[in-house]
Design a protein around this ligand. Structure first.
Ligand SMILES: C[S@@+](CC[C@H](N)C(=O)[O-])C[C@H]1O[C@@H](n2cnc3c(N)ncnc32)[C@H](O)[C@@H]1O
Length: 268
């Protein structure tokens, strides 16, 4: 695995900025039913499906890779009783996650770490691992899966989501779709192949593209409704980048040229 620090992305610095928090809550509450603080492309219902797939319980410790602002880790801990350790490259995300954790009674802790490099945990530490809408930001997925296998106990489950190229996409669309730092798309079958090489048995694939398509449209509309406040806080340049990103994403998933899948696999 490479040992290079990841450059912080302006996209996520803005996403987790405390100055934008109230406006984000307003906008995202119009995008997601039962918004609980996620910063992904996933519906709240899909997060709750993840808890079931993971088969976590109150004796388990789960690693959340690319945990963002910590709300999904806390929701998982709340729903299953497990303890959760979250890692994320963004210092702003970890600050937000730690604030949320300090206001909670659940067993969660968070640390800043670049998950493209070796994880700071001993072999066989975790009973389960989730990586929700963060794998695309990690370099060399085969090495990442090998590292996940190392830190998992035998028969531990991983649940992750990923973006697949399922149709023709232009270089302009790729550029518009990836304003959030390093981004690696998968193709159908590539994750299953790399999982097998890393010692996992693939158990389930779920197509989340229909719910993403609905969320992407709701996001464009919510941004239109709050355009004045968003532009003032994001600045003109980032406001335009975000709008273009959301519009291109909506078109790509609606036309099925880009797809969004969840995977469940078990360590052999
Ligand atoms: C789309 S957000 C998803 C956050 C969270 N999993 C959720 O569901 O709300 C992707 C996250 O990946 C993090 N990330 C990007 N590159 C990373 C890296 N190299 N190592 C760890 N986290 C990374 C970002 O900071 C961001 O919080």
């Amino acid at each position: 695995m490479q040992n290079a620090p990841e450059q912080p992305s302006d996209f996520y610095t803005l996403r987790y900025s405390t100055a934008l928090n109230d406006l984000h809550v307003t906008v995202f509450s119009e995008v997601y039913d039962d918004y609980f603080g996620q910063s992904s492309l996933m519906s709240t219902a899909d997060y709750d499906r993840v808890s079931g797939w993971l088969e976590a319980n109150d004796t388990h410790t789960v690693l959340d890779v690319g945990c963002g602002g910590g709300a999904p880790s806390l929701r998982l801990a709340e729903r299953t009783g497990c303890s959760v350790v979250g890692v994320d490259a963004s210092p702003q995300a970890i600050e937000l996650a730690n604030n949320r954790a300090s206001a909670s009674t659940h067993r969660v802790r968070f640390l800043q770490h670049n998950a493209s490099i070796a994880l700071p945990f001993a072999d066989g530490t975790f009973d389960g691992l989730i990586c929700l809408d963060a794998l695309a930001h990690l370099r060399d997925h085969q090495s990442v899966f090998i590292e996940w296998s190392r830190v998992l106990k035998r028969h531990g489950y991983v649940v992750f989501t990923n973006n697949l190229i399922t149709g023709p996409i232009s270089n302009e669309e790729v550029a518009a779709r990836t304003p959030s730092g390093y981004f690696e798309f998968a193709i159908p079958g590539s994750d299953e192949h790399f999982l097998g090489q890393a010692g996992f048995k693939w158990t389930l694939t779920a197509d989340l593209t229909p719910s993403l398509t609905a969320l992407a449209l709701r996001h464009c509309k919510a941004r239109e409704r709050h355009a004045l406040e968003l532009r003032a806080l994001e600045g003109d340049a980032m406001f335009e980048v975000q709008n273009h990103y959301r519009a291109v994403m909506e078109r790509l998933v609606r036309e099925r040229r880009l797809s969004h899948f969840a995977y469940v696999a078990q360590k052999n």
